[in-house]
Design a protein. Structure first.
Lengths: 110, 238
């Protein structure tokens, strides 16, 4: 087991706690109900559909568990989860079919 | 404030947020184990997980600590991972901005990928929701995962159990979010935004401090907004 200098560790914990909170508070807290320009609102409407896929795509293409090697079970599971989500509009169905694909293929190919 | 209707929206949020327990449980456990391996004691681990409350940034910080990166680099990198929270905050502001300040202050703390992803979909598909109903929904969506995240971090840290790699828990997060993305694709502009963001994220993955994510996110947002303008013009002509 490593050891981390406690002062350093607490600086990191407190710094990250304050910094993360400010990032989350900056708009909802400081802007509040002041109107925002329409062009900005139009861009904000696409925050979720842009950021979330961008967060996931590299994890699917280069999974950390395989040391960054693309692998068939994870690619297939991702494809199934998206497709079932798209077709059924049902998140739970997407999760379970994706997980079933992942474990099924890991078992068959492992 | 119409208590009953807000109350029912809390439970709607709770139901919609419930699938994310499949993320909170494995990631809480993994974080607890990883924190103990990095050398954090139980007080530090719990303070970290409860105050920062952002799994990806916490993992990034610990990874850099293990690599013995300078303190400033650890802070800057982990905050860069969390920069997307500012975008979530901005995106939620048109819907929640007129709520009382104390509610917005709590909502800010509870802004995570999961609560944001659930809430923004509901707020956009039900524009007639009142602000108290939206707040109730938002708090409901994060209620199933918050206690589990904290409890599982604790269990991971205390048990220190080595979680077998064959469980493939690393993939709980991608699968859950991918399943969420499907129902978000309501217009062609949404699809354009997602495809552009994915393409850019794969190209920019080499950029350090996770900044590729923000570049990809912005590119996707611009693409979506432009697609919306083009589609509206076409509709106006037709």
């Amino acid at each position: 087991m490593n050891s981390v200098d406690p002062v350093t560790m607490w600086i990191i914990i407190v710094g990250l706690a304050i910094g993360s909170y400010l990032l989350r508070f900056v708009f909802i807290g400081f802007v509040g109900d002041r109107p925002m320009p329409p062009w900005l609102l139009r861009h904000l409407r696409y925050t979720a559909v842009a950021i979330l896929p961008a967060l996931i795509a590299p994890l699917v293409a280069w999974p950390t568990a395989t040391g960054g090697e693309p692998d068939v079970p994870r690619m297939s599971a991702a494809t199934v989860a998206v497709t079932v989500g798209l077709l059924t509009k049902n998140v739970i169905a997407g999760i379970f079919s994706g997980a079933a694909t992942l474990y099924g293929l890991l078992y068959l190919l492992g | 404030m119409a208590f009953t209707t807000s109350n029912s929206y809390f439970w709607k949020g709770f139901r919609d947020g419930a699938p994310f327990v499949f993320v909170a449980i494995p990631f809480g456990l993994l974080f607890g184990v990883f924190a103990t391996e990095t050398g954090l004691n139980i007080v530090q681990t719990m303070a970290f997980t409860a105050t920062v409350f952002a799994g990806a940034a916490q993992f990034a910080a610990l990874q850099l600590l293990q690599d013995e990166a300078p303190t400033l680099i650890v802070l800057a990198s982990a905050l860069a991972v969390n920069l997307r929270m500012a975008m979530y905050s901005a995106s939620l502001t048109p819907f929640l901005g007129s709520a009382p300040l104390w509610q917005r202050a709590i909502a800010a703390y509870l802004t995570v990928d999961q609560s944001y992803a659930c809430s923004i979909v509901r707020f956009e598909t039900e524009p007639q929701m009142t602000v108290p109903q939206r707040m109730a929904y938002f708090f409901g969506s994060v209620t199933p995962i918050t206690p589990l995240w904290i409890l599982c971090t604790y269990l991971g840290a205390v048990l220190g159990a080595r979680i077998p790699e064959s469980w493939a828990l690393d993939f709980a997060l991608p699968i859950t979010f991918l399943a969420m993305i499907g129902p978000m694709m309501r217009t062609p502009a949404h699809v354009v935004a997602a495809l552009v963001a994915v393409a850019v994220s794969l190209v920019t993955v080499v950029i350090p401090f996770n900044l590729g994510l923000l570049i990809a996110g912005c590119a996707g947002m611009i693409a979506g907004a432009q697609a919306e303008v083009v589609l509206e013009r076409r509709k106006a002509k037709a």
